[in-house]
Design a protein around this ligand. Structure first.
Ligand code: SF4
Length: 476
């Protein structure tokens, strides 16, 4: 790679590091005298549905932006070195990295160089070269620029494995304040088009969640100003499958990213917005990204403030409850409790507010009740349900089944016996259930080192991955 291309790659991979819609841990594997050096290429990791870790080149197509989103390092008014790829240039680069075994795929995002359509057309050209001329069959995650014309979006959808449209901020008010050139209706219009295309080609499997609209916005009352109401007005088109192509439209589905801590929304609002996005657009994932101060704009937290990584971690746990444990957003937090407890995971927090539902008898409760017990996960709940068909589950069996007893023992009984002490008082249980790890998690504030690809940063596990939800890109 020549020096000019290396500089371009450095600028454009550095500009992509703030997007967490795929795993974003930096790689510090250095060249030890063999071929290749993962440090200098903006490479991140993602996980497939079967748990396999794959390396992606994570890069912007351009960081020249006509928009001026106040929270963004690539905003028009920022004093930053600028660069853009040509479609053929980036396609060659991806293939070169792929042949050298540096990467297995591409995560391609972009600023808006002139207009959404112009930039998206160039991105589409690059992806078409990769898939067509180069025969690249590896994984491609493409960001969709809100407001792009449905026809171009449809073409990109047939070239990419996963699409994402970033919602960026949890409310229309904050979007208007911090990203005035972005319109919520464009964001939801693009999300709606993708959701409809996926629904029509039958890629959305499994039953719809209770209350979920059949198609984006379909069941939302007109004029309520809600996210769904805005989604309803979009002109979704069914993508025309390119002649002769057998590929599916974005088989990995769609995801989005929300910035946390740049605007004043509570955790409750953030979780409610996530739930609406899952239901309305059938997203695979909502990613949370703690805001990293890059601007002196008075509307934003000051530069000296630290990213709210502990809060991001709790939001990922709450998101896990929404997706896999049957919780509704208004169960996780309510008007009286608009923020997640920094010292306790959201399921334990919910349980302590609902002690009248506990203790739960593990040998009798239905599976959905077992899943409500803090310390009991999906796998352990299934194991309990399986074993008790043959013999009663004993307290000493629970640990072997994966139950975290230091927490669960306060919320369950085993054949009628309670192991949590003499009282069901939530204040007492909270004190007993807190561990040094909970205290540490509640106080986590780390410098965002995982975001630097070219500095002397060290690889960091994104905090979200610590609890299994994290930034891992699920292709389920
Ligand atoms: S559109 Fe906004 S968020 Fe995207 S690159 Fe431009 S300034 Fe940044």
């Amino acid at each position: 790679m020549d020096g000019a291309m290396f500089d371009k790659l450095k600028i454009l991979s550095d500009g992509a590091k703030y997007d967490v819609s795929c795993a974003s841990s930096g790689v510090d594997r250095t060249n030890v005298g063999r071929v290749g050096n993962a440090c200098a290429a903006g490479i991140c990791h993602s996980w497939t549905a079967d748990g396999r870790c794959i390396s992606l080149l994570k890069v912007l197509f351009t960081n020249r932006c006509v928009y001026d989103c106040k929270y963004c390092v690539n905003r028009r008014s920022a004093d930053a070195p600028r660069a853009s790829f040509e479609p053929g240039e980036l396609a060659e680069l991806v293939m070169g990295f792929y042949r050298r075994n540096y990467i297995e795929g591409l995560f391609l995002s972009s600023a808006v160089e002139t207009s959404p359509d112009d930039t998206a057309e160039r991105i589409c050209g690059c992806l078409a070269l990769l898939r067509g001329e180069h025969g690249f069959a590896g994984y491609i995650h493409a960001k969709v620029i809100p407001g792009v014309s449905p026809e171009i979006l449809a073409r990109i959808g047939f070239l990419a494995d996963r699409l994402s449209v970033n919602i960026e901020l949890p409310s229309r008010e904050s979007l208007g304040l911090l990203a005035p050139q972005k319109r919520a209706k464009d964001i939801f219009g693009s999300m709606g088009q993708i959701a409809q295309a996926l629904a029509e080609q039958g890629e959305l499997r499994g039953p719809r969640p209770a209350g979920a609209p059949r198609l984006p916005g379909a069941n939302v009352a007109a004029g309520d100003g809600s996210l769904g109401d805005m989604a309803r007005g979009h002109n979704a088109i069914s993508p025309a499958r390119p002649r002769g192509r057998r590929e599916a439209f974005a088989p990995g589905g769609q995801s989005t990213q929300m910035i946390i801590g740049a605007s004043p929304e509570s955790d409750r609002q953030i979780i409610a917005t996530s739930e609406t996005l899952y239901r309305t657009f059938r997203l695979k994932r909502v990613y949370f990204s703690a805001y990293i101060p890059v601007s002196d704009a008075p509307e934003l937290p000051e530069r000296a403030s630290r990213p709210q990584l502990g809060r991001e971690h709790r939001l990922y746990q709450a998101d896990w409850l929404l997706r896999f444990y049957g919780f509704a957003a208004d169960e996780i937090l309510d008007e009286a409790n608009p923020y997640l407890d920094p010292f306790l995971d959201p399921k334990a927090g919910w349980a302590l507010r609902n002690m009248d539902r506990f203790p739960i008898e593990v040998n009798k409760a239905p599976l959905e009740e077992l899943l409500r017990i803090p310390g009991v996960g999906n796998v352990s709940a299934m194991r309990i349900a399986r074993q008790r068909r043959f013999a009663a589950v004993r307290y000493e069996d629970l640990k072997k089944m994966g139950v975290v007893l230091k927490r669960a023992r306060f919320f369950l009984t085993c054949s009628g016996r309670y192991y949590g002490g003499k009282t069901l008082d939530p204040v007492y249980i909270r004190g007993q259930a807190l561990s040094p790890a909970d205290i540490r998690d509640g106080m986590i504030e780390r410098a965002p080192e995982q975001l630097s690809m070219f500095g002397d940063s060290r690889s960091r596990i994104p905090i979200g991955t610590a609890q299994g939800g994290g930034h891992g890109l699920s292709l389920r």
